[in-house]
Write a protein that binds this ligand. Structure first.
Ligand code: FAD
Ligand code: PYC
Length: 416
């Protein structure tokens, strides 16, 4: 910490935080905006930022029903990687990973992006074949991917369970060294501050309750803070996209499910990478505070409740101990759920809609945190040009009628 920051911290602490600089303004909604973004998660804030930064639009509002990052952005396990299977996904997630690599500088805000590697474990012959297929596909896409033998996995992450009696023997693994984790709320705050400085109105506690159409065109929104007219509207509400689509008069091929995660008490540094296992069904990393951040698959039922079932937590704890017996006496501090929007092909929707001037960005399901900057970047382009960004084109809604789906089942290494 520099002397200047230390003095500033002391001044603020002694002054009762009265001089703490405001990070973003708290404006009242205007009667009309050129573009309104619904949803103040990472994707919505990134979209607003890129609209202002790259497309010169300054008359923008982001409407958030709760607080910034209070949805899945602040509830996820922050795994960032680009090792998907299909070329279309590779282009999208790699665009995002490249943006992550410069994001703290771009926003002048430390998002704590840590490229500590993402290791996917193979326990069966089928796992080996499937993960090696991903490695080969990624290499042809120009995305870094390595296959590690069992001995190489052991050298890379020695605390894994290599005992001869292990129920799920480790037969190798795929490693993306450029993958890693980031600080989730810092991503929301960084985009919010940067967007605010470009003139974007960020309005919290403002729930959109209806979308107003004139014929086939969107003209505005009804909100808990009054009516707002809009030239264009981008909807980025993750698990609530079905609710907003219903307001606009159409349905999406998406289901909303709770996805849970939990954190342990803090430990000294012991796990220096992200480990995922699709078969044993768990993923884990260690935060800078020392807590283990742990998750598994989505609850099987549909729900909008941000809590989940005990069965999933129990199963996740079993799976964790199976892979890491050394964690067996660890105490868990808390658990929670987020509502994830899972598309039938497990790929996102970044698209125009049947309503002119209305755009949807959703369907990121269990894996959209990693896409936050890339998603905002391509969605801003889609909104401004009224046609998909080339990287986003395969993710338009019309793929469900043309049949050109982008199946990515299993890409998150946790079944969903
Ligand atoms: P959100 O952050 O959910 O933002 C949407 C916002 O819209 C919310 O703040 C909500 O309040 C607001 N909203 C909803 N309805 C309205 C309305 N009517 N009016 C106004 N505002 C509204 N992804 C990864 O890449 N890596 C991971 O490791 C990972 N782990 C995950 C673990 C868990 C437990 C969960 C739940 C998700 C995980 N994900 C992961 C997925 C990731 O969190 C999401 O895909 C991503 O954060 C979605 O971001 P978003 O900005 O679209 O949505
Ligand atoms: O997409 O990498 C991922 C992921 C990890 C945990 C949940 N999703």
């Amino acid at each position: 910490m520099s002397r200047y920051s230390a003095i500033n911290l002391l001044r603020n602490a002694l002054g009762g935080h009265r001089h703490w600089p405001v990070v973003w303004r708290d404006p009242a909604p205007k009667p009309r905006y050129e573009v309104v973004i619904v949803g103040g998660g990472g994707h919505g804030l990134a979209t607003a930022y890129y609209l202002a930064k790259h497309h010169g639009i300054r008359d923008i509002a982001v409407l958030e029903k709760g607080w910034l990052g209070g949805g899945n952005t602040g509830r996820n396990t922050t795994v960032v990687r680009s090792n998907y299977l299909n070329d279309e996904s590779g282009s999208l997630y790699e665009l995002s990973l490249k943006l992550w690599e410069g994001l703290s500088q771009e926003l002048n805000y430390n998002v704590m992006f840590s490229q500590r590697g993402v290791l996917n474990l193979a326990h069966t012959e089928h796992d080996v074949q499937s993960l090696r297929r991903h490695v080969f596909a990624n290499r042809t896409q120009g995305i870094d991917a390595e296959w590690l033998s069992a001995d190489e996995v052991r050298a890379f992450c020695p605390i894994l369970n290599f005992s001869p009696g292990a129920r799920f023997p480790i037969r190798g693994g795929s490693l993306q060294r450029r993958g890693g984790i980031a600080r989730h709320d810092a991503v929301a705050w960084g985009f919010a501050r940067a967007a605010d400085r470009l003139g974007v109105d960020i309005i919290q506690n403002c729930e959109v309750t209806a979308l107003k159409r004139e014929g086939d065109r969107i003209v505005g929104l009804e909100t808990s803070r009054g009516e707002i007219a809009a030239g264009k509207v981008g909807v980025v509400v993750a698990g609530h996209c079905g609710v907003l689509a219903a307001m606009a008069g159409f349905r999406l091929p998406i289901e909303s499910h709770p996805l849970q995660a939990l954190v342990s008490e803090p430990l000294k540094p012991v796990l220096h990478t992200v480990v995922m296992s699709g078969l044993v069904h768990v993923y884990v990393s260690q935060s800078d505070k020392g807590e283990l951040v742990i998750g598994a698959g989505a609850d099987t039922y549909n729900s909008y409740a941000q809590r989940g079932s005990l069965g999933i937590i129990e199963g996740t704890a079993h799976a964790l101990i199976e892979l890491f017996p050394c964690f067996s006496r660890l105490r868990m501090l808390r658990s929670w759920a987020g509502i994830v929007d899972i598309c039938t092909d497990v790929s996102p929707i970044i698209s125009k809609t049947p309503v002119a001037g209305l755009y949807f960005n959703c369907g990121w399901g269990t894996g959209g945190f990693k896409a936050t900057p890339g998603s905002g970047f391509v969605f801003a382009h889609t909104i401004v040009r009224d046609e998909p960004h080339p990287v986003a084109a395969p993710f338009s809604l019309d793929r469900f009628t043309s049949g050109a789906i982008v199946p990515e089942h299993g890409a998150a290494a946790v079944a969903h």
